[in-house]
Structure formats: C-alpha cells, structure tokens
Design a protein around this ligand. Sequence first.
Ligand SMILES: [Zn+2]
Length: 283
Amino acid sequence: MALTLTLLTASAARTEKCEWCVQGNPAATVAALALGKLEPAEMLKSVRKQGICVRILDSGRRAPPGTFLWSTIEQPSGKLSDITKIPGLMGKTLCADELPIAKGCPTIVLASDGMKTTLVHEFLHVKQIAKDQAWCPLSKKTWETGKTSPEEQRVFLNREWDVHRWLLENLDALRPNIDDKIGIVSNTMDQARMRASFDADAAQYVEKMKLNEKLNGYVNEYTELLKASRAAARAGAGGATGAGGPKPSASPSPKPSPGALTEARTNDLAKPSLLHPNAKPAR
Ligand SMILES: [Zn+2]
C-alpha cells in the first residue's frame, strides 16, 4: 500500500498540470481543430472574428513549387522585413501593443509563403498566452533588448514544444498540405534537437513517434506529386493538373531533398537567438 502511494505521488509530480499548455486543454484543442478544418479564407475570417488581428506580410522569398501561399488568399499588407530580420520566419504571434503592428489587439503575423497550418500554430500560441502571465512581459522585453538569457530561451522553447507536439499529434485532423506535413515533422525534430541539453524525453519522443520515417515518407510523397504534376503539365501543355497535387512549375526545379520545403520555411520561433543554435546565449 505504502509503495503504491509512493508511486502514485511520484507519478503525480511528473505529470504536474501545465497551466498554459494547449496539450491537455480541451477548449483550446476544440477551437484549433475547428479552425484547421476550414478553408484558408474562412480561417482568416474565423480568427479575426475571435478578436485576434491577422496580418499577411510579404516575405520576399521564393516558395518551393506547388506549395500553399497565404498571399494567394489575401494581398500582403506590408513587408515582413519591416518588423523582423529573422531568416525563414513563417509566422509570429504578438501580444497586443508588443510592436506598433499589433496596436490594440493580439496579432498573428503570417509570412506570404507561410504554411496553411502556420495559422493554427500561431492560434495555439494565442491560446497559450491567454493563460500565461510570463509570456507578454518577457516577449516585449526581448524585442526591446534583443537578448534572452538561457532561462528565458527555455521559456520560449517550452511553449514551442507544446505547440509542435499538439500539431504533430493532431496533424491528420488539420487537412494538411504536403508542405504542412513536411514542415511540422521536420520542425518538431529541430525543436527536439534544441532541447537535447535539458530534456532527455525530447529525443525519445522523436523515436517513439517515428519522425524520421514519417519525414522520409512525406518527402517521397512530395517527390511523387511533383513528378505527376510535371508530367501533367507536359501532357496538357499547361492544362489541367491532378486534383490536389502541386501546380506545375514553369521551369524545371531541382530534385527535392528533405530540406527543400523547410529550409526557407522555418517555423516561427520566438526570438532570433533561438533560430541560431550556434549563437552565443545572452549570458
Ligand atoms: Zn511557435
């Protein structure tokens, strides 16, 4: 009996409730799943109706062939480079008044070449922020100083890990495009690597979820879609393409590699220093 109690107590301590996590938050999960089922234009409408501002900003990047672009849904209303120089940024959630672009409302910034699920990703951050006293003051301070301590970086990394795992575990319900699948799996693997020094469970999670195998499968799927769309383009002299496949590209593209869809499409990370694993921590 005593042993059982001890084990139960130890187990309870390990599974301590995370107040701000979207994993294990049924209301956030229901809302994000509902959002993920919508068509992109309806997703924008739905998020705005919930009092969250959304801005699509031109990243100036060339997107891989056949990938989804937010700029085809809505005209960009500015340049991403005007608010950040973070390379590869696809989306960012700003607290209300954190930057001039977020005046008066929590604001989701989407890069013109962001993935469809980037909006769900950022929406999950909005849900985290709603329950997280630490986020907004820390984020604002980081924009002002451009610095984060290792402890502060961990605060951001923990929020990213929660969102990435939620997206990965709900991926099939989000009607993902092939670039969403590749992006979410590879970004989760990147996040796990960034946690290696303080979270042994992260590498185990990658193993358990078979992320390497998943990524290879998705990359093969993308390669096949690309081949099919090119064949359709040749056969139809620019005519119809297979339903749901990548659009034919005007010029031959290089053979896709596992990083082809993601190297220019790094999922949003909270701060510049986090995007550069080799950068020295602030202190
Ligand atoms: Zn994020």
